[in-house]
Design a protein around this ligand. Structure first.
Ligand code: C2E
Ligand code: MG
Ligand code: MG
Ligand code: MG
Length: 278
C-alpha cells in the first residue's frame, strides 16, 4: 500500500471514494426497494404534428415517487441503474408497463399513436432484450406498429453489427426506431445509411439556439433537409416557445415535443387532454 507524502491526502481521497461507492450502494438498494414498493411510474409526453397539432405518439418517461426524496429525476437514477446492472429489472418493468398501458388505451378506443420507449445503452446491449421484447409482445395482443424504441446514436454505433441485427429483426415485425438526442453523439453519420431508423429526434440543445437569423437555425434546417431526403421523420425535442414553433413550421419539421404543448404527464391526464375517441 502506497502512502501519500503528507500521509493525509491519501486517506482523504480514499474515504471520499468510499463515500461515493457507499452512496452508490445505498441508491442501488433504494432502486431495488423502489421497484418492489411500486414507486416508479411512467409519465407520457405527446409528440405533436406541427401542421394540425394532432397527437402522433407518446414518449414514456419514467418517474420515481420516492417516499423521502419526493420526485427523483431519471437523470439521477438511470445512470446508477446502468452501472449497477439494475437497469435490466427496471427496464423490464418499463417495457411491461408501457406495453400494458398502450394495450389498455387501444382497447379503450383511444388513438394516441405509437408509444416510444427509451432504451438505455446497457439495456439495449443486453443479449436477452430481443427475447424479452418478443415475449412481452406475444403475451399481449398489441400490434407491433404501436411500439417504438428510442436509442441514442452513441449506443447504436458502439456495436453497429449487433445493433443492425437487433433492429433488422424487430423492424421486420413492424417495430419502429428513433434516434434520440440527435447531434450530441459526435459520431459519424454513416450509421444513418446502415441502420434502419425511421425517425430523427433533434436534441433540445439545437432547438434552444434557433432564434431568427441565428446560425443555429441553419444547422436545424440542415438536419431537417437531411431527414427528408433520407425519407425519415423528424421531431424537434424541447420546444418551449411560440417563436421556436413558428420557425420549425417554416423549416417543415414534422413533429415537436416540448413544454410549449405539454411536459410529460401521467396516463390519466393524457386521457383527459387528448382522449377524444376516434
Ligand atoms: P430523453 O429521452 O431525451 O427525454 C427528453 C427529456 O427532456 C425528458 O426529461 C423530458 O421531460 C424533457 N423535456 C421535454 N420537453 C422539454 C422542454 O420543453 N423543456 C425542457 N427543459 N425539457 C423538456 P426526463 O423525463 O427528465 O428524462 C431525462 C432522460 O432520462 C431521458 O432523455 C432519457 O434519456 C432518460 N429516461 C427517461 N425515462 C426513461 C426510461 O423509461 N428508460 C430509459 N432507459 N431512460 C429514460
Ligand atoms: Mg427519449
Ligand atoms: Mg432526447
Ligand atoms: Mg436525453
Amino acid at each position: 500500500i502506497s502512502k501519500d507524502i503528507s500521509g493525509n491526502k491519501y486517506t482523504l481521497y480514499n474515504s471520499k471514494m468510499n463515500e461515493l461507492s457507499n452512496e452508490k450502494i445505498i441508491i442501488e438498494n433504494d432502486i431495488r426497494r423502489g421497484i418492489e414498493e411500486r414507486e416508479f411510474e411512467l409519465y407520457y409526453q405527446p409528440k405533436i404534428n406541427i401542421k394540425n397539432e394532432g397527437i402522433m405518439g407518446l414518449e414514456a418517461l419514467i418517474r420515481w415517487n420516492h417516499p423521502l426524496r419526493g420526485s427523483v429525476s431519471p437523470d439521477e437514477f438511470i445512470p446508477i441503474a446502468e452501472e449497477t446492472g439494475l437497469i435490466d429489472s427496471l427496464g423490464k418493468w418499463i417495457l411491461n408497463e408501457a406495453i400494458y398501458q398502450q394495450e389498455k388505451w387501444i382497447n379503450m378506443g383511444y388513438k394516441f399513436g405509437a408509444i416510444s420507449i427509451n432504451l438505455s445503452p446497457k439495456q439495449f446491449k443486453n443479449k436477452d432484450i430481443k427475447t424479452e421484447i418478443l415475449l412481452l409482445l406475444s403475451k399481449s395482443k398489441l400490434e407491433s406498429k404501436y411500439i417504438e424504441f428510442e436509442i441514442t446514436e452513441t449506443a447504436a454505433i458502439e456495436s453497429e453489427e449487433y445493433t443492425l441485427d437487433l433492429m433488422t429483426e424487430l423492424t421486420e415485425l413492424g417495430i419502429k426506431f428513433a434516434i434520440d438526442d440527435f447531434g450530441t453523439g459526435y459520431s459519424s453519420l454513416s450509421y444513418l445509411i446502415n441502420l434502419p431508423f425511421d425517425t430523427i429526434k433533434i436534441d433540445k440543445s439545437f432547438i434552444d439556439n434557433i432564434s431568427k437569423g441565428s446560425r443555429g437555425i441553419e444547422i436545424v434546417k440542415g438536419i431537417i433537409a437531411m431527414a427528408n431526403s433520407l425519407k425519415m421523420n423528424v421531431i424537434a425535442e424541447g420546444v418551449e416557445t411560440k417563436e421556436q414553433l413558428d420557425i420549425l413550421r417554416e423549416l417543415e419539421c414534422d413533429m415537436v415535443q416540448g413544454y410549449y404543448y405539454n411536459p410529460p404527464i401521467p396516463a390519466d391526464k393524457i386521457e383527459k387532454i387528448y382522449g377524444i375517441k376516434k
